[in-house]
Design a protein around this ligand. Structure first.
Ligand SMILES: N[C@@H](CCC(=O)N[C@@H](CS)C(=O)NCC(=O)O)C(=O)O
Length: 212
């Protein structure tokens, strides 16, 4: 199977995680940001992640891919989402993306390796988020808004360490993956431990080496 992604994309991270957690072999393919044609041929629109199954057919939508891969052998994602984690994602996801997305546009990701791709991505994200430089300049305020949320998250993820890997890990961890590109965030130790532990079992590296 081949999974097509953008490296920065948190939805793509969801799909990468299930392969890592279940230790299933797959090939990782990168689609360039300005490439409209390739994904459109596969699933009818410019969107990733896209899974190419062994029969050659394509599947989009991160959670559909996650569940498809999970059910290939002994499903592990049997529990419902943890409500407290879902609420936390709702409450703090938006400030995390205001911090992470402007940095994604400046970082060293494979899908941004050409000037055309980076320009395309910058324009795409400005359309969704507004002035990206203004967001960068507001980083201290956003970090201040976020840090109480990380304190709320600490006991929740500590608890997660005692349970099996679940769908809430698939939805929460990519948000923390995104946050790991942001310089100057004080992660409570339990959150840092969770980020590192799930990175290990998912085989998806965090972005600490790219911090901006
Ligand atoms: N609902 C989709 C959302 C995926 C998504 O929004 N992917 C973004 C990249 S992070 C994308 O492909 N955006 C359109 C584009 O590249 O122009 C899923 O869960 O897979």
């Amino acid at each position: 199977m081949k999974l097509y992604v953008y490296e920065h994309c948190p939805y793509c991270v969801r799909a990468r995680m299930i392969f890592g957690v279940k230790n299933i072999d797959f090939e990782l393919g990168i689609i360039m940001e300005a490439d409209i044609e390739t994904p459109t041929k596969m699933i009818g629109k410019k969107m990733v992640p896209i899974l190419q199954k062994d029969d050659g057919s394509y599947m989009g939508e991160s959670l559909d891919i996650v569940h498809y891969v999970d059910q290939l052998d002994k499903p592990i994602l049997t529990a419902d989402a943890d409500n407290k984690i879902s609420q936390w994602e709702q409450e703090y996801g938006s400030v995390i993306f205001k911090l992470a997305v402007p940095r994604f546009t400046k970082a060293d990701f494979k899908e941004l390796e050409t000037a055309e791709a980076r320009e395309y991505f910058y324009a795409r994200e400005e359309k969704s988020f507004g002035d990206l430089e203004a967001l960068i300049n507001m980083s201290d305020d956003f970090i201040q808004q976020l840090e109480p949320g990380l304190d709320v998250l600490a006991p929740l993820v500590k608890e997660r360490a005692r349970s099996d890997f679940e769908i809430s890990d698939i939805t929460l961890w990519p948000i923390l993956y995104s946050l790991s590109i942001v310089k100057g965030v004080n992660f409570p130790q339990d959150v840092k431990d969770y980020m590192e532990r799930v990175s290990g079992i998912s085989n998806v590296p965090l972005l600490f080496d790219k911090v901006i």
